[in-house]
Design a protein around this ligand. Sequence first.
Ligand SMILES: [Zn+2]
Length: 160
Amino acid sequence: MSEDERATAEGMQTCWSDSTPGEIHASFSGHRTLCGKPVIEANPIYASRLGDITCSKCGGIAVFDEGAARTRVREVLDKWIAKGKLTPASATEMGNLAIDVFPGRAFTSRRKGHSWNKISTDFLLASGAATDKDASARFVGELGLAVFEGLQASEYQGKY
Ligand SMILES: [Zn+2]
């Protein structure tokens, strides 16, 4: 595990927001949750455990490095733009959406003990990318796998 990977989870505070009673979020600033909500109360760092986070969005941001996913997504997008199958604007939009949504889902699945192989396979089946052969299904499939690869490569190695 590199220093960078460890840093994704270190210094994290578990916290609460007014708008989501009972939900346990995570924060690095102590002012905003990682999912973007104002913090009303936060645990000190020493009393904050990744295992206490219940907000999947916060959990995904805390245990994965979005930058690693973003780099891989960029490669997929550039390839499809170069092929003339996507405009740069729609590619960027789809890439941002994937990076916004997938880390939280992966966080929830990994907590349930699912392997990365299962997560990828389930995604390909659910998105239709495993069965549909048209270009948009293949694109969605490649995009999803790129995000999961990046998340897997940067995953926090401790228990969460
Ligand atoms: Zn949250």
